[in-house]
Design a protein around this ligand. Structure first.
Ligand code: ZN
Length: 304
């Protein structure tokens, strides 16, 4: 069998003001805030990480909140959605609970034989809840999938299938739209990537409510370097390895325009604080510790 990606590591998005984002994901989506840090390239902005209780890869959703961010425009060339797995036996109760807490929830629709409901986050972005066997909520379930909105499915499909080990798992088309389901072998979280196309769709623009990039897992540094070689051989322009404190990262833009990352599982989010205290204190990389006072003074206050 050819080498394959095991699944998603994290998804990173852009939001508006951080407090609304924290409230929505911790209170309505039952996520744990597992890391509170800053954008390493712009320490005047938070970088917030949500995940399950133990902050495992495949459950991690991260945000760069910008207080005055302009809304993004959904369209081709970007990841347009991510989906959480929610247990079938609790699915309806879950939707009712989100509604009861003030969330905007769609009626479930069927997609590839599964019930999918969408919840709208405070920036108008779509959070999908996908019913799967079990009784887990969205935090413990972690990711089911991400959806890439593309002008042309072919080049991205070839990269994922021929070079990243994905397999075709379904195709639906209706009313000028097309959805191709790809799945990585195995039963890790976040094995599904849907490629979506809509006739005449404009090109997407990044802003609040947009997904900035999607990250796939590498099991360690050696595995990541092997993936780096493979992506270069596949014609991608790949960055050097970048230290992101909780994982090492490489980035490249796939042929359809979506920013992909491959991130290592280690060292993980307990690198600089114990599991039971994750997300409580503002964590900074070493280089910013000397200016911690200034950074803390400039950041908006948030309460988890
Ligand atoms: Zn990332």
């Amino acid at each position: 069998m050819t080498k394959h990606i095991t699944g998603l590591h994290h998804v990173t998005a852009i939001s508006g003001p951080p407090q609304a984002n924290v409230d929505f994901f911790t209170k309505l989506m039952d996520q744990r805030l597992v890391k509170k840090t800053v954008n390493f390239d712009d320490p005047g902005t938070y970088h917030l990480y949500y995940g399950n209780r133990t902050a495992e890869p495949g459950t991690i959703l991260t945000f760069f909140p910008f207080v005055g961010a302009r809304p993004g425009v959904p369209g081709s060339g970007m990841a347009s959605a991510y989906g959480y797995s929610v247990g079938e036996s609790v699915f309806t109760d879950w939707l009712d609970e989100v509604r009861a807490k003030g969330g905007t929830v769609s009626d479930p629709a069927e997609r590839f034989g599964q019930s999918v409901a969408t919840v709208t986050d405070p920036d108008g972005a779509t959070v999908e809840l996908v019913a799967e066997p079990g009784d887990h909520g969205p935090a413990e379930g972690g990711f089911h999938s991400t959806t890439l909105w593309l002008h042309d499915l072919g080049p991205t499909q070839r990269l994922l299938v021929d070079h990243m080990g994905y397999e075709e798992a379904g195709h639906e088309s209706a009313g000028g739209t097309e959805r191709l389901r790809l799945k990585a072998p195995g039963d890790a979280r976040g094995t599904v990537v849907d490629l979506y196309r809509a006739d005449g769709a404009p090109r997407g623009q990044q802003g609040a409510g947009s997904i900035h990039h999607v990250a796939f897992r590498a099991k360690d540094d050696a595995d990541q370097l092997d993936w780096r070689d493979r992506m270069i051989a596949a014609g991608m322009q790949v960055t050097p390895v970048i230290d992101r404190q909780y994982f090492n990262a490489i980035y490249f833009r796939e042929p359809g325009g979506v920013l992909f990352e491959i991130a290592t599982d280690p060292p993980g989010f307990t690198r600089d604080e114990p599991l039971e205290r994750l997300g409580e204190a503002l964590k900074l990389p070493e280089k910013y510790e000397p200016i911690r006072d200034r950074i803390e003074a400039a950041l908006p206050r948030i309460e988890a």
